[in-house]
Ligand binder design. Structure first.
Ligand code: NAD
Length: 306
């Protein structure tokens, strides 16, 4: 297969001064894209700032003949990131929302500040940066946006209530942007990565940590951002050289009323609990219309029990 390239494309990668974001920036640049390397250069918990992180990655890209500029704004000032792309390269084609921090605490000990800071960076930051880029993408009839979720958001994780909530919120955000952008060829997908980085160094066991190179995730994200990729509104998990699609599924469920005059009682819920929670033939619904359609089918079955 011919190399998939990004010549002429302008890419913003947020939080690209380290970890997974750095590998995205390096890969896009190596395939011809002009890259805005955004990084606030702060600590793991959202403290401090420095231009060093972004500068180092820009130097790395330039040393190998690539084109990149640094941007040191917080993602909460998303319009500044997009301005940086427009001022330096005249357009914005691809946005990878990747910047992130952790402020882990068990739920009972979580402070307002721990909640707010994590939501500010992950959720508000992705919102602000994407909203600034979106009109340019729609106008030019091309755009690719990535949101970064986490298995903590999909399944929960001890000590990460704030982070889990923000990460799953990004899935809803991505799905709606995917719907609103589709007709303008602006696609939005979610990556669910697991990689060795400073965010995971004390979470993952050392033998697994060493196999989780961020470089294994970057090609998955790059493909999702390529013009030839038709995927939109999906959640793709990637780690350790594996990738797969995740969806929300629901069971076939049970009817809790046998006719229009019938009511729903707590006892009927209990009686049917096995069926309600039986995931054997669980289905993944592709759109809200399918959920509404299924609701109408249930109503029809109650109206006309046969
Ligand atoms: P990392 O700490 O190595 O990199 C994150 C970068 O984001 C840092 O360089 C940091 O300076 C930057 N950043 C933080 N706040 C910022 C802000 N307000 N504005 C701009 N830049 C900011 O972490 P990583 O592991 O590479 O994580 C990247 C993304 O992937 C994060 O969103 C993280 O939540 C997510 N994620 C990572 C894993 C994993 O296994 N590493 C798992 C699930 C999700």
């Amino acid at each position: 297969m011919a190399d998939l390239r990004f010549d002429g494309r302008v890419v913003i990668v947020t939080g690209a001064g380290a970890g997974i974001g750095r590998t995205y920036a390096l890969l896009f640049a190596s395939r011809g894209a002009k890259v805005v390397v955004n990084d606030l250069g702060g600590g793991r918990h959202g403290d401090g700032s420095s231009s060093k992180a972004a500068d180092n990655v820009v130097d790395e890209i330039r040393r190998t003949g690539g084109i990149a500029v640094p941007n040191y704004n917080s993602v909460t000032d998303g319009e500044q990131l997009v301005k940086s792309a427009l001022d330096n390269f005249g357009r914005i084609d691809i946005l990878v929302n990747n910047a992130g921090i952790l402020r882990d605490k068990s739920f009972a000990k979580l402070s307002d500040q721990d909640w707010d800071l994590v939501h500010q960076v992950h959720l508000k930051g992705s919102f602000k940066t994407t909203q600034a880029a979106f009109p340019h993408m729609k106008k030019q009839g091309f755009g690719r946006i990535i949101m970064t979720a986490s298995n903590s958001g999909l399944y929960g994780n001890f000590g990460q209530a704030n982070y889990s909530a923000a990460k799953l919120a990004l899935v809803g955000l991505a799905k709606t942007i995917a719907i609103e952008g589709a007709k303008s060829n602006v696609f939005c997908n979610v990556i669910v990565p697991t990689a060795a980085s400073r965010l995971t160094e004390d979470i993952l066991p050392p033998d697994i940590f060493n196999e989780l190179k961020p470089e294994f995730i970057a090609p998955v994200v790059a493909y999702l951002c390529h013009e030839s990729c038709p995927e939109n509104g999906s959640m793709i998990e990637a780690a350790a050289g594996w990738a797969g699609k995740c969806t929300i599924v629901r069971s076939n469920g049970a009817l809790l009323r046998s006719s229009m005059n019938d009511g729903v009682t707590i006892e009927k819920v209990k009686e049917n609990w096995g069926k309600i929670t039986d995931m054997t033939d669980a289905k993944s619904l592709r759109a809200i219309e399918e959920a509404t359609g299924a609701l109408i089918e249930s109503l029809d079955a109650i109206r006309d029990p046969e």
